[in-house]
Design a protein around this ligand. Structure first.
Ligand code: SF4
Length: 426
């Protein structure tokens, strides 16, 4: 008989589906079904609706009990010469356990977005950077310059939360705020209806380094012989440079469409140098969006436990860092690693790369389906949904607790790895 009195429960939620970690969500919890009721975000809506709590572990493609899967995973790990822990889409507790196992088993750690992280870490280590927080952007910036369109559109609430927040500690800065967008023409649609004065100068992302370099030259008082740079009129760039120089607190924001592009190190370095130039006479800072799928948390835990960011190996008995040699792909393809432990607790589509030929253990969001079935699959819960968790935000200075939304009975990455560790480690 249908219970006509049954009502979904509305709960506050912190969103784990990108590194903005929005903490103002309402989610309707109806038994195990979750529906985002507001505010609107396409990525979050899909994330809460993803997965299944009825999944079962697989060993060699055959359904198995959790205990059988854990015992088989422990046997594979115990027999591995060099396991690589990849994916790493987990929370702080999960990553701590990864680090413990990698250290004790002589393995390596790399995130599924390791190429982007390696560029960012390399630049930070060699050149430094001037960065800010989401709260500083929302409250103090009078000029925000977006390089790229990652912060725009259905999958990001950056503009809503940081560019046009409802209120501000400094209302005069909010009232004076301007937005400049240097991004492909495709950004136009997402810019409609933004309530601060906005100027869009269409730019292909491949031109970002040229544009950053031109802005530096113009700020330094040089005259450019070219009439246009990367398709943007020099006179328009001169206006942006003048606005940057006049701003009391400019923030330059970029995301994955810049930091994952080929040769993006040059563009990011030039933007960092631009910020240093500006800080000689005014205040300016950068904000790098990204770090989703637990990347910011995994990188931070690795840094504070090993002294290096991700792409660190413990194979020699102590931590060693190499952003090229210790990529999970490189370690598997050159035969160094003989086991991939793939961790992906946020999205069922984030399976291990199908072209990596290596025995594989997957701890994946329950409901995952595979083109290439791994040796072992153990379904896990998602932090902030199936169990409490803690994640580090995009600006790296804030970690947020994520309460659980339902009692699904799914184990966390920390719990599963802990059970494997209990069988492997003396
Ligand atoms: S912007 Fe990111 S953190 Fe915020 S609701 Fe959307 S997916 Fe979640």
């Amino acid at each position: 008989m249908i219970d006509s009195t049954h009502q979904p429960v509305s709960r506050n939620a912190v969103c784990p589906f990108c590194s903005l970690l929005c903490d103002d969500l309402r989610v309707a919890v109806d038994g195990q079904a979750l529906t985002l009721t507001g505010p609107s975000c396409g990525r979050a809506r899909a994330g809460f609706a993803d997965g299944s709590i009825e999944d079962v572990p697989l060993v060699a493609g055959v359904q198995a009990s959790a205990q059988q899967a854990i015992e088989r995973a422990a046997a594979l790990l115990a027999g591995s010469r060099h396991p690589v822990f990849g994916g790493l889409a987990t929370d702080i507790d999960g990553m701590r356990t990864v680090m413990m196992l990698a250290d004790r088993c002589g393995g390596s750690v790399d995130h599924m977005d390791g190429d982007t992280l390696a560029r960012k870490n390399g630049l930070l280590a060699t050149r430094g950077g001037i960065s800010t927080t989401l709260a500083e952007v929302a409250n103090r910036a009078d000029l925000i310059v977006l390089f790229g369109e990652d912060a725009l559109g259905e999958g990001s609430r950056f503009v809503e939360r940081c560019v046009t927040p409802g209120d501000s500690l400094h209302p005069e800065r909010l009232a004076a705020r301007e937005l400049v967008v240097l991004a492909p023409q495709s950004a136009t649609r997402a810019l409609k209806g933004i309530s601060v004065p906005t100027r869009h100068l269409p730019m292909a992302m491949s031109g970002a380094a040229e544009v950053a370099s031109a802005l530096r030259a113009l700020l330094a008082g040089r005259t450019l012989a070219a009439r246009a740079v990367a398709g943007i009129r020099t006179t328009d760039l001169a206006e942006v440079a003048a606005r940057l120089a006049a701003a009391r607190y400019a923030v330059v924001v970029w995301g994955k469409d810049l930091s994952s592009a080929p040769h993006s190190e040059v563009a990011m370095e030039l933007l960092n140098e631009l910020l240093k130039d500006l800080n000689r006479s005014t205040r300016a800072a950068g904000l790098v969006l990204g770090g989703g799928d637990g990347a910011a948390s995994a990188n931070a835990v690795c840094a504070w436990q090993a002294g290096y960011g991700l792409r660190t190996s413990f194979a020699s008995g102590g931590p060693e860092h190499d952003p090229t040699r210790f990529s999970a792909r490189q370690l598997i393809e050159d035969g160094t690693a003989d086991l991939l432990v793939w961790i992906s607790a946020y999205a069922t589509r984030q399976t291990p790369p199908a072209d990596l030929d290596c025995p594989t253990i997957v701890l994946g969001r329950s409901g995952m389906r595979f083109d290439v079935v791994p040796d072992i699959y153990i379904p896990v819960g998602t932090p902030g949904i199936d169990h409490p968790g803690r994640l580090i935000r995009a600006d790296s200075s804030v970690s947020l607790p994520l309460p659980a939304l339902r009692e699904s009975g799914l184990s966390s990455v920390r719990q599963v790895l802990g059970q494997i560790a209990a069988l492997v480690l003396p």
